[in-house]
Design a protein around this ligand. Structure first.
Ligand code: IMP
Ligand code: MG
Length: 190
């Protein structure tokens, strides 16, 4: 394996550090505005691992007092989404009925992960559930989830496989400070 990630692995930058910074500032302000009069607890719930970089930047810009928590689910293998969603790390809290949960995701593709988690948290009694994603690929939405619209979106993107800023290809590239389009030559032969 190469020792350093190469710009050559990318077909271009989809979100630069500056654009990401502007998006997280805007999203934090939208959340502060929407929850300004909310009386309950606010939990921002990061979905491991892809959301951690985005969540760390976003939560530093939210001015309202929020608690953080995490769940881990899996639905992806390589560059392909699978239909079945597995909960690998569950959320065990006794205060869901007095809490608004804002789910933080790196990207929405078919929409299955976020719509499943939204239903799951509602069934488990959360007072309110909202969804926040850095990236959204609406053209990839599962036809049965066409009505699923996230509450907070950093950027809508075309149907490209992207990595960086938390997003991975087989666990690689998460540490890049930008979102890049992964060149097909990197995954075509795998
Ligand atoms: P969904 O359930 O099909 O919406 O898939 C969402 C999950 O798939 C995300 O949390 C990512 O882990 C993964 N994913 C979808 N598209 C990409 C991509 O372009 N790059 C990296 N991961 C992706
Ligand atoms: Mg993910």
């Amino acid at each position: 394996m190469e020792k350093y990630y190469k710009m050559d692995d990318m077909d271009g930058i989809l979100m630069s550090p500056k654009e990401i910074d502007e998006a997280t500032t805007r999203l934090a302000a939208e959340i502060d505005r929407d929850f300004a009069d909310y009386d309950g607890k606010i939990i921002i719930l990061g979905i491991l691992k892809g959301s951690v970089v985005f969540m760390a930047d976003l939560m530093k810009k939210i001015k309202l007092p929020v608690e953080i928590d995490f769940m881990k689910v899996s639905s992806y293998s390589g560059t392909q989404s699978t239909r079945k969603i597995n909960i690998i790390l569950d959320l065990h809290r006794a205060d869901l009925s007095e809490s608004a949960v804002i789910i933080i995701e790196d990207i929405i593709d078919s929409g299955r992960t976020l719509s499943y988690l939204t239903d799951y948290l509602r069934i488990n009694g959360a007072a309110d559930v909202k969804t926040c994603t850095l990236l959204d690929k609406p053209s990839r939405r599962d036809p049965s989830l066409r009505d699923f619209v996230p509450d907070y979106v950093g950027k809508e993107i075309p149907d490209e496989f992207v990595v960086g800023y938390g997003l991975d290809y087989n666990e690689q590239y998460r540490t890049l400070p930008y979102v890049g389009i992964l060149s097909r030559k990197v995954y075509e032969n795998n």
